[in-house]
Design a protein around this ligand. Structure first.
Ligand code: ADP
Ligand code: MG
Length: 579
């Protein structure tokens, strides 16, 4: 029972820090009934923190059973309780800075923590439902120490008192803001349902009227202040009505499948619209402004990324006859150029199942997008066939749409099915005007009859001799050799996987999930290369954002991620082997 926790802590008080290991195991609390499971105890006060879970029977919470009815409801409920916990912990930390004491943060600060979410509602291991039986919260705790000895009293304040408080306030239905919870779940459900209607309406994206797309600043993901924002408004010709999950209708702009141009003058909101669309693969929290912006769940933002490593990607649809006879059907390099990296990014996205490419001229290699008439005449041995010549064939052959922001490359007008112009953040349909411009100023876009092949690699990830991969930030996974020398080698300091071109990774927890998956993939491929497709299948439980993560995943700081990002990360491991 709970007294045992107090007894155990009393008995190790003042002992060497290692005595905390005694806590490993389970303690039972009554009223409310829940189990404290101490899963990992840190070796010393400076090691990464201890891990604990509070597991409570579903019945005990009083939460309505309707929240168990679908994965999306479970995901949104768990996301919500995580937020309640995170904000309680934040508030207590702030409070404590004023008043001192209380045990919410230990002598070293930040004693108690839950992985804190951003603007997206995602599957998380911070809160998980097991079957229909239990719901659990997963925390980290820095167990308090005085020098190298156990502070039993303080530890009891954290685990015995504060944790109970958190469980009561975040998991017991009567204590929750029930209206807010309801809205959180319904918002997620609505977005998912809108997203699932896109295919039926032949759309790649939908942006509801009234949406707030711009963010507060380049460094913040919260919405721009409503006093300055121009709310989104669809042009009449592109207006569609979709049904929310709750049966109400919502109107907005539908972006049809095919080749679509977003154009307009500089600073008129093109990139802002594209960014909202690229994050429309996720569900957003109520109040975000983008909670009715939804996108084809397979859509991938493509960038140029010179310097990246590429392993055996077939980039032949775009590039052939490289100098030195380099094979572009199995293109491998340690240091790709702007155009070869962008071609590889496209092909890898297609390999992972992408059906919509999202591209911004701002972050592209111009020579992969176009080659104008003058350059065609001047340069005869150009190895690149630009995307402008392939976009139509890509759609015809493989059903892959292209949505591209274009400000300066008029050749694209020749291949667009649809041209949307932004004028002071307000979209207008410009297809007809664009057609007459094309007639008036003809260009010489030579469209390719076929796209060519999609990649289909077999890869082997060799992590032998490396420490387990781990994420140090949202866009970086460290792959360090096992520590061998005391002297840090600066050239090795940043060895790892650079994810900074993956604009659709929104939380460090996603990078952690990827790191964990890479470990599994390395084990699975230990005896030879395995097709990327089947690697993804074998990890299917842990990949994806539409189902709950498996409770067998340890740690409370993992967040759901799409297979696109997993394949993208896998592809960036340097020194992959191919069969
Ligand atoms: P572009 O890509 O066309 O050059 P951006 O999308 O970068 O333009 O937008 C330029 C600026 O306008 C940004 O600071 C952005 O926050 C702001 N902005 C974008 N959309 C809106 C809007 N609907 N209302 C108010 N400001 C906006
Ligand atoms: Mg821009």
């Amino acid at each position: 029972a709970w007294d045992r926790l107090q007894d155990d802590l009393r008995s190790i008080n003042g002992q060497q820090y290692g005595a905390y290991k005694r806590l490993l195991g389970k303690y039972q609390h009554t009223s409310p009934t829940f189990t404290l499971s101490v899963d990992h105890v840190q070796g010393d006060a400076y090691a990464s923190p201890s891990r604990v879970r509070a597991v409570i029977p579903w019945q005990e919470t009083g939460l309505p059973d309707e929240y168990l009815q679908s994965d999306i409801r479970r995901i949104a409920l768990c996301d919500f309780v995580t937020r309640v916990c995170a904000s309680m912990i934040r508030a207590q930390h702030l409070d404590q800075n004023v008043s001192g004491g209380g045990g919410w943060s230990g002598p070293k600060g930040g004693a108690f923590n839950i992985n804190s979410p951003g603007q997206e509602i995602l599957p998380r291991t911070s809160a998980m439902i097991d079957g229909n039986d239990t719901i659990e919260l997963r925390f980290t705790v820095s167990l308090p120490a005085a020098g190298r000895t156990v502070l039993g009293q303080q530890a009891y304040q954290i685990l015995g008192v504060n944790l109970v408080e958190l469980v009561k306030k975040s998991l017991l239905y009567p204590n929750l803001d029930q209206e807010q919870l309801q809205r959180h779940v319904q918002t997620a459900e609505n977005q998912q349902s809108l997203r699932h209607q896109l295919a039926k309406h032949n759309l790649t994206a939908f942006i509801a009227n009234g949406s707030v797309l711009p963010r507060a600043s380049g460094a913040s993901e919260t919405p721009m202040d409503s006093a300055t924002v121009v709310p989104f408004k669809s042009p009449e010709d592109l207006k569609v009505k979709l049904l929310r999950a709750d049966g109400t209708k919502v109107s907005g702009m539908g972006v049809p499948r095919g080749v679509t141009l977003l154009t307009g003058g500089g600073f008129h909101g093109k990139s802002t619209l594209l960014e909202a669309i690229q994050l429309g693969v996720y569900n957003h929290v109520p109040g975000d402004g983008r909670e009715l912006v939804v996108t084809d769940p397979t859509a991938v933002k493509i960038r140029a990324e010179d310097g990246r490593g590429v392993t055996s990607v077939d980039i032949s649809p775009f590039i052939s006859n490289l100098p030195g006879g380099k094979d572009t059907h199995h293109f491998t390099t340690d240091d790709a150029s702007g155009s070869t990296s962008m071609a590889a990014n496209i092909q890898e996205a297609l390999e992972a199942g992408c059906k919509t490419l999202l591209i911004d001229e701002d972050s592209s290699a111009t020579n992969l997008l176009v080659r104008d008439q003058r350059m065609q005449s001047l340069i005869r041995n150009e190895p690149i066939t630009p995307l402008v010549a392939k976009a139509r064939a890509l759609y015809n052959d493989h059903g892959v749409s292209t949505l591209i922001v274009i400000g300066g490359l008029g050749d694209w007008l020749s291949v667009a099915d649809l041209v949307i112009g932004l004028d002071s953040y307000v979209p207008r349909l410009l297809t007809t005007e664009a057609k007459s411009v094309v007639e008036k100023y003809p260009s010489n876009v030579q469209e390719a009859p076929d796209y060519g092949s999609l990649p289909n690699r077999s890869l082997q990830v060799d992590l032998r001799g490396l420490r387990a991969p781990y994420a140090t930030r949202k866009h970086f996974i460290v792959l360090k050799p096992e520590a061998k020398s005391a002297v840090d080698d600066p050239s090795e300091a940043e060895a790892g996987i650079d994810l900074s071109s993956l604009d659709q990774i929104v939380e460090i927890g996603q990078a952690r999930t990827i790191a964990k998956l890479l470990q599994g993939i390395a084990e699975r491929t230990a005896n030879g290369a395995v097709p990327v497709v089947s690697l993804i299948k074998s990890e299917a439980d842990a990949i994806g954002i539409e189902h709950c993560l498996p409770t067998t995943l340890e740690h409370g700081d993992l967040v759901g991620v799409r297979r696109t990002e997993v394949v993208a990360a896998l592809s960036r491991v340097r020194g992959l082997h191919v069969s």
